[in-house]
Write a protein that binds this ligand. Structure first.
Ligand code: PAF
Length: 283
């Protein structure tokens, strides 16, 4: 496995590997089983002859003031082991100074999909994500990139980024990996107290109930589905504080219309300082 620490080394890696299919897994490190599944999915897409490259970079521009940038877990040694064990060929782990020059003056802004859901409480977050992902796509020049469906809004925004800025990269959304009790894996789960951890799986249970009401019970009223999820969370997770529960079109992230092909329910709930998100596609 190649460990690439700066842009010069990356350019030489991409030039040596030109012509070989390249599948990219962007991450911020603190890797867990959810990332392992992304790397394995990338390995499958690349086949034995292709390359899987994982970036590990805690991107400062996607953290707001008062968010957990300095506290964000940095576990590079363990991360490298997980990447190796799951079939990565190369790791790109640059320094912040390498990617962001002190006098930089250009960045991206997203003006629609980022205005709902997590974007409401994290202004500027998705602008930072778009900027770093565009930079990484330019540097790595992948044929494909994989993103987890847990961060569904991020996935929808990356698809829009690729469409609107004509990146020649195929985006693949990969199913969320869960603990045995249904809790979506996240590097933020480590912040939960024992009591919060015990209540957190209620998010998944509430979303499954809502999907059942939609698929089996024929419930099409967004407000009723929202109420159902809110009631389940209130009953099962008194330690949680709901940030939002929204029923949206899965690609526009706006209120579903007659042309909506896939409906999504997305939730965000604070447990202490940890803000957990989850979602479910209604199909
Ligand atoms: O999902 C993440 O870990 C980050 O938002 C990403 C896509 C690596 C950009 O920093």
């Amino acid at each position: 496995m190649n460990i690439i620490n700066n842009i010069r080394q990356l350019r030489s890696w991409t030039s040596i590997n030109r012509g070989t299919r390249c599948v990219f897994v962007p991450t911020m490190g603190a890797l867990h089983e959810g990332h392992a599944a992304l790397i394995r999915a990338a390995r499958e897409l690349a086949g034995q002859s292709g390359n899987v490259i994982v970036s590990i970079f805690v991107n400062p521009t996607q953290f707001g003031p008062g968010e957990d940038f300095s506290k964000y877990p940095r576990t590079l040694i363990e991360d490298l082991g997980l990447c190796r064990d799951n079939g990565a060929d190369a790791i790109f782990a640059p320094k912040a100074e390498d990617l962001y020059l002190a006098d930089r003056s250009i960045q991206l802004f997203e003006t629609s999909l980022s205005k709902t859901l997590c974007g409401t409480s994290r202004p500027g977050h998705f602008d930072g994500v778009c900027t770093i992902v565009a930079k990484l796509f330019n540097l790595v020049q992948p044929d494909d990139a994989v993103f987890g469906k847990k961060d569904y809004q991020q996935l929808a925004i990356i698809r829009r980024l690729v469409r609107d800025l004509d990146f020649n990269v195929v985006i693949h959304g990969i199913d969320t990996v869960r603990e045995a009790d249904g809790l979506a894996m996240s590097s933020r789960n480590r912040y939960l107290t024992e009591e919060e951890r015990a209540q957190a799986p209620v998010l998944r249970a509430a979303l499954l109930k809502a999907r059942e009401a939609y698929v089996k019970g024929g419930e099409r009223d967004g407000k009723a589905l929202q109420r159902l999820v809110l009631d389940q969370i209130a009953a099962g997770a008194p330690a949680g504080r709901v940030d939002y529960v929204e029923v949206v079109d899965a690609s526009t992230l706006q209120t579903p219309t007659e042309t909506t092909e896939l409906v999504l329910i997305a939730v965000a709930v604070f447990f202490g300082s940890a803000r957990l998100i989850d979602n479910i596609e209604l199909k």
